[in-house]
Write a protein that binds this ligand. Structure first.
Ligand code: ADP
Ligand code: ADP
Length: 218
């Protein structure tokens, strides 16, 4: 579960996130919906402790990111696809991540199988398609077997097959009882992906409700 209370982030004159309060519960996919520039990425960075709130707080299972004893075992994230060294293979990248975070080596093969990247695992990541890079990002996020998962605009630029794969994958993670938050600027995409929505605009909460309720109202 994720809980934001009065979460606020200011960059100079820009209020990127403005007094945002919401909760994301386990067991369903929750869509984080809002136009470009609404503050979705900033909120995800605040959840992951990659940035500090100006005020307010966001907690994962009752703790801020920096209070977590084992962060990668608690929360995983797909933020963008381009952070793997291009000359490293998926296998080498995951093995390095596992070693540097005290995770068992067997998890590397497990997550490669989970995302369907085993056949390509020894190839250099720089030669991967966007869809394969996304799968590697998801494998990295899953390495610690976390209960909470964040996906920032995961289907951007993917072909229809890749979109369906990620959608189904996120839904199966939620069906396992995990907390899944996925951002998007497209209601049409969230309508077929998310059961609940947190809707924001200009950094502020517009509404939190079920996707069905939101579609009925809009
Ligand atoms: P979204 O993910 O919904 O597109 P962002 O969180 O990326 O929105 O951005 C929210 C607002 O904060 C935008 O106006 C953006 O320009 C601004 N912003 C985001 N990150 C920074 C930063 N590091 N420095 C200054 N402004 C930022
Ligand atoms: P650094 O060593 O620079 O602090 P990290 O090890 O925190 O970097 O993160 C490495 C990459 O993993 C970054 O791209 C970051 O966005 C991403 N990341 C951060 N936290 C998590 C997480 N809990 N699960 C998955 N990826 C994460």
């Amino acid at each position: 579960m994720i809980e934001a209370v009065g979460l606020t982030k200011r960059y100079g004159p820009t209020l990127a996130v403005d007094d945002l309060s919401f909760t994301v519960r386990p067991g369903v996919v929750t869509g984080f919906l809002g136009p470009n520039g609404a503050g979705k990425s900033t909120t995800m960075r605040l959840i992951l402790g990659l940035d500090r709130p100006t005020s307010g707080v966001v907690r994962i299972d009752g703790k801020t990111y920096h209070e977590l004893d084992r962060p990668l075992r608690t929360v995983g994230a797909l933020l963008d696809a381009k952070w793997v060294h291009p000359n490293r293979s998926a296998y080498a990248h995951l093995l390095w991540m596992a070693r540097s975070n005290g995770l068992p080596k067997r998890r590397v093969q497990e997550v490669l199988d989970l995302v369907g990247l085993t056949a390509a695992a020894k190839r250099r990541a720089g030669a991967y398609s966007l869809g394969m890079s996304q799968r590697l990002g998801i494998a990295s996020a899953l390495l610690g077997d976390p209960q909470v998962l964040l996906f920032d605009e995961p289907v951007n630029g993917l072909d229809p097959e890749g979109i369906v794969w990620i959608r189904t994958f996120m839904q199966s993670l939620a069906a396992q009882g995990r907390t899944v938050l996925v951002s998007s600027h497209l209601l049409s995409e969230m309508a077929v992906t998310a059961e609940e929505l947190v809707v924001i605009g200009r950094g502020r909460l517009i509404t939190q409700c079920t996707t069905a309720e939101f579609i009925e109202r809009s």
